[in-house]
Write a protein that binds this ligand. Sequence first.
Ligand code: LMR
Length: 396
Amino acid sequence: MFEVLPPLPADPILGLSAAYKEDQNPKKIDLGVGVYKDEQGNTPILKSVAKAQQILLDTETTKTYIAPQGVSGFLSGMKELLFGANHPAILEDRITAVQSPGGTGALRLLAELIARGNPEATVWVSDPTWANHIPIFETAGLKIEKYPYFDKESRGIRFDAMMETLLKVNKGDIVLLHGCCHNPTGQDLNQAQWQAVLEAAQKTGFVPFIDVAYQGFGDGLDEDAYGIRLLSENLPEMILSASCSKNFGLYRERTGMACVVTASNEIRRNLQTQIQSVARANYSMPPSWGAALVDIILNDPELKALWQSEVSEMRNRMQDLRALLVKKLQEKGAAMDFGFVTQQKGMFSFLCISPEQVQQMRAESAVYFVDSSRVNIAGISLSNVDDLAEALVKVL
Ligand code: LMR
């Protein structure tokens, strides 16, 4: 039966990693998939995570299933991290939450939950958005529309056009927003813009869905939660998916959380049974290891402080690399002003060059990044920044 299925093109992000591995050029540069790298190009295990792993090795006594909703200290710690300790929805127990296999698992669970609650809902995504957002929602049977977001010409947010679209969205539709460190552009909403999004939701009745995969990589752990907290404190419903892949460096442990802020504790309890039944029909029970580590870190003041300092270190390094790249490009006489790169946040920036120029850089200089011109800033290092700047100047 399967002979009828045609081969599919490589994934736009994961396909790059495979091509990079095969490239024999010793000067190749990987700015593709969004993983943090140190100066040596390694993705290290955080010190806080290594310590938590030792504690877990010494104390774990069984491999029996964990609870269907996940590790309870993980869920409470993550809710506090995202919403803040004194958030009314936490105090009133109005947040449905399950641990999920990564942020992607959370997105998929929530997409299916939306399809149960309102199969007619359209999901509005930013143009552009993370390459996997659209397949996730489409596979759950939901319709997708795009709202204007980034303008390659002005290198900023097309905020008026975005708002014009959001004000026309139907009640009950879903608007997907990036909590911080917009993937792929690095261009985030400011506080006044979040306020305008809140007012649009209040006016039209759309339900915001915030995807948070980079908390702490923008301006700081609390600063990056501004939009989440503003919307969830002022709206009856909000959906949120969170990932621990980047800020805890737990990529392969597939650790995330799916949440819905509901209007009452009763709705929360009903919805908890629904989201758990979606999970049960997909993978039964979540994996344990990554969430158990996050539980240990977030609930031990010393380890938490160590982890927070490690997040700051990663954030500061990426900000320094942004400035370094811009400086090198200026020094090498780039025919374009890349100053905007230092204004963008998190792991990614759009270089705002054409797909042809991106492919030329790959073919001629073995620099790998997504055709959209998204680069992983963490893939830059002191040892490759000159080659990178030269390769970019060459194609301008
Ligand atoms: C990325 O955007 O590169 C990461 O989120 C990894 C992925 O799964 O695409």
